[in-house]
Design a protein around this ligand. Structure first.
Ligand code: NAP
Length: 253
């Protein structure tokens, strides 16, 4: 199905799995055309897009590594070519690493962490602002950064590098929100807590959500769909006076 000229377009980095996939599915059900970016796992991303399109929505998949500028430029060029507009950017692509103390962290680990989780978000914000800013004759828009409760907690003895990469994302949200508030762009963040996705296994802790559930005041981990609800609300007109906000989606943790 083709996107109409008036249909809003949402770009979700890392949209093929987990929180990104849930966001794509929910946003499409609410009428957005969605661009599902993935890095290497085409199969899950294509399945999300196929399900959306089969349900009468509009989704496309775009492979790009957003941890480097060339990947980000290629991704936005694809959005330009296919839609000619972008209304919502969700900076969701992110990684964790194996449990380690700061004293043992290598430069390679830190570079991967900060380029994937933080520099990607800066570069995508840069390209999105150019395409959204009313000061540049564009139609405005919304940016949602997927941070983490780790930025509050610090993640000692597990991954302080990850927590710091998300802390930088919080400050990006805080500063950019003020920079572009008068240009029709709202910038907010969600800070998920323990959410049941593949990311924990990629960090060597596949049972992390169950193992830590009792430490969450609500007594359970969250779902990707619960985070998606907050992201899609922040994107919507219902959040029209909400900018520079950090929405905790963490069960009280
Ligand atoms: P996930 O299931 O592991 O999915 C991560 C997604 O990011 C995948 O689609 C992956 O693409 C993509 N990605 C990774 N590096 C990329 C790159 N360089 N370029 C493009 N895409 C890239 O993770 P998740 O749990 O849904 O996490 C999504 C976001 O939520 C992350 O920013 C994470 O830090 C944050 N978060 C998660 C939790 C949690 O408990 N799950 C808590 C707080 C915050 P491929 O599919 O191609 O590999």
């Amino acid at each position: 199905m083709n996107a109409s000229a008036t249909q809003k377009v949402m770009l979700i980095t890392g949209g093929g799995r987990g929180i990104g996939a849930a966001t794509a599915t929910l946003a499409a059900s609410q009428g957005y055309a969605v661009v599902i970016n993935y890095q290497s796992q085409q199969g899950p991303a294509q399945r999300v897009a196929d399900a959306i399109n089969a349900a009468g929505g509009h989704a496309v998949c775009v492979q790009a590594d957003v941890s480097n500028e060339a990947g980000v430029m290629a991704l936005f060029a694809a959005v330009d070519a296919q839609f000619g507009r972008i209304d919502v950017l969700v900076n969701n692509a992110g990684v964790v690493d194996k449990t380690a103390r700061v004293q043992d962290m290598t430069e390679a680990r830190l570079l991967r962490m900060f380029t994937t989780n933080t520099i990607s978000a800066f570069l995508c914000c840069r390209e999105a602002v150019k395409r959204m800013s009313t000061a540049l004759g564009k139609g405005g828009g919304a940016i949602i950064n997927v941070s983490s409760a780790a930025s509050r907690l610090g993640s000692a003895n597990q991954y302080v590098d990850y927590a710091a990469s998300k802390g930088a994302m919080d400050v990006l949200t805080h500063g950019l929100a003020q920079e572009v508030a008068a240009q029709g762009i709202r910038v907010n963040a969600v800070r998920p807590g323990l959410i049941d996705t593949d990311i924990h296994a990629s960090g060597g802790l596949p049972n992390r959500v169950n193992d830590l559930a009792a430490s969450v005041p609500m007594g359970r981990g969250g779902s990707a769909e619960e985070v998606a609800q907050a992201i899609v609300w922040l994107a919507s007109e219902q959040a029209s006076y909400t900018t520079m906000s950090m929405v905790e989606v963490s069960g009280g943790r």
